[in-house]
Design a protein around this ligand. Structure first.
Ligand SMILES: [Zn+2]
Length: 407
């Protein structure tokens, strides 16, 4: 489907804040060697197509992102009967993003935030909260230009600065390299030219369009029940069984989006939809952890595991009969059983854990460092202590007692 080039515009409201530490981002990493070894055991795994062709060996692929789908995604792959991907662009902004996150939390669902690099630099605490609460972060360029009007070198800079900023904001809670975005969306939906989409693909990101445009960027600057209803109607138009819904938490006044979101979520939840990322993957720690995953081109066990609350080894053992002896060989379309929370299954380092335990925060502790000492992820620890940690998972108090959830 095609989109008007201005359909993702937000009416000319200019929000440009100078990133104060832009020049400190540091040397640009060559993407071929990033994340080396973190999941090295199966990092080289590739999906075997029915034809026998190998995919997934692209040098730029980051271990945590599945190989990018090399077409512009405008519907969620049908990994379940009904899936929906909620997406929010142009943030994070303090006047909207926390409210959007609160509504999502109240429903226990997750979404994908296509952040501007300059906004992420100005509000790294909000980026951390987005990631800590289990949502996906996508790259929406540094300062939201029309990339078709930008010189090739500047395009690269727009994309890479945004990724670096996202990683910098999250490296203390996730790990030393931070949370790498697996998704890219060009400002104004200008991302279909291979000269633009290819830049994202080469950096391990799937390009994500949308199938339902709420046009919430055209909001009046005040509460409007009529406009809220328009957003709801556009977000729930049943044009596809697997919609990607476009909304905005940045770019200006978005409280009409916040007010409409509750009904949008309820519409899909009441009809049995699963809220997924744009690739149809369940979010880590989402209530529906476990279930069935249909293997996509480029999938590896480690990439699949990253979308669920499971290790690649647990998934392999749960599907040992159908996968066969080589965990590197998956068939596209194959249905894998994803073990639910606490099913065990022999991960790499299973310290005994039954029931929760307590960790007293030491100087220098981070959630990821603490998690590495227990059979828990930093996100699970964050969510189990959400009331005491506060919105920024980076801020721990020495001496603070954290509940470590048991398996
Ligand atoms: Zn945008």
């Amino acid at each position: 489907m095609t989109h008007g080039t201005s359909s993702e515009d937000w009416g000319g409201t200019s929000i440009t804040e100078e990133g104060d530490d832009v020049d400190a981002i540091g040397a640009r990493r060559t993407h071929g060697r990033r994340r080396g070894g973190r999941l090295a055991t199966v990092g080289a795994a590739a999906v075997l197509l029915c034809s026998g062709q190998l995919l997934g060996g692209h040098a730029a692929q980051a271990a945590d992102c599945p190989a990018p789908i090399r077409t512009v995604l405008d519907t969620t792959p049908a990994t379940a009967d009904r899936t929906v991907a909620l997406t929010f662009d142009d943030g994070p902004l303090p006047q909207n993003t926390p409210d959007v996150l609160d509504v999502l939390r109240s429903h226990g669902v997750n979404a994908t935030f296509f952040v501007r690099g300059d906004q992420a630099a100005a509000h790294p605490d909000l980026v951390r909260r987005i990631v800590a609460e289990g949502h996906a972060v996508g790259n929406h360029t540094w300062s939201h230009p029309d990339l078709s009007q930008v010189a090739p070198a500047a395009r690269v800079d727009q994309i890479e600065r945004a990724t670096q900023t996202i990683e910098r904001a999250t490296q203390t809670v996730v790990d030393a390299t931070g949370s790498q975005p697996c998704f890219f969306r060009g400002p104004f939906g200008i991302h279909r030219d291979p000269a633009i989409a290819g830049l994202a693909w080469d950096r391990g990101m799937t390009v994500v369009d949308w199938s339902l445009d709420t046009r919430d960027w055209s909001s009046p600057p005040n509460p409007s029940p009529a406009f809220q209803q328009e957003i709801i109607d556009r977000a729930t138009s049943p044009r596809t069984a697997h919609p990607i819904v476009l909304m905005h938490d940045g770019g200006g006044y978005r409280q009409n989006t916040v007010a409409a979101l509750d009904d949008v979520i309820s519409y899909y939840a009441s009809r049995g939809y699963t809220f997924t990322d744009p690739l149809g993957r369940a979010f880590p720690g989402s209530p529906g952890r476990g279930g069935t995953h249909v293997v996509q081109p480029g999938d590896t066990l480690s990439a699949i595991a990253s979308g669920y609350s499971a290790t690649w080894r647990e998934i392999y053992q749960a599907n040992r009969a159908t996968i066969g002896p080589d965990p590197n060989v998956l068939q596209v379309g194959q249905r894998l059983t994803i073990p639910g929370a606490g099913s065990g299954g022999g991960g790499a380092s299973p310290p005994p854990a039954s029931g929760s335990t307590t960790h007293v925060v030491q100087p220098g502790d981070t959630l990821s460092a603490i998690a590495s000492g227990y059979r828990a992820t930093w996100r699970e620890i964050y969510q189990a202590n959400r009331a005491t940690i506060g919105p920024d998972p980076n801020v721990l108090q020495v001496g603070q007692r954290l509940t470590i959830p048991g398996s």
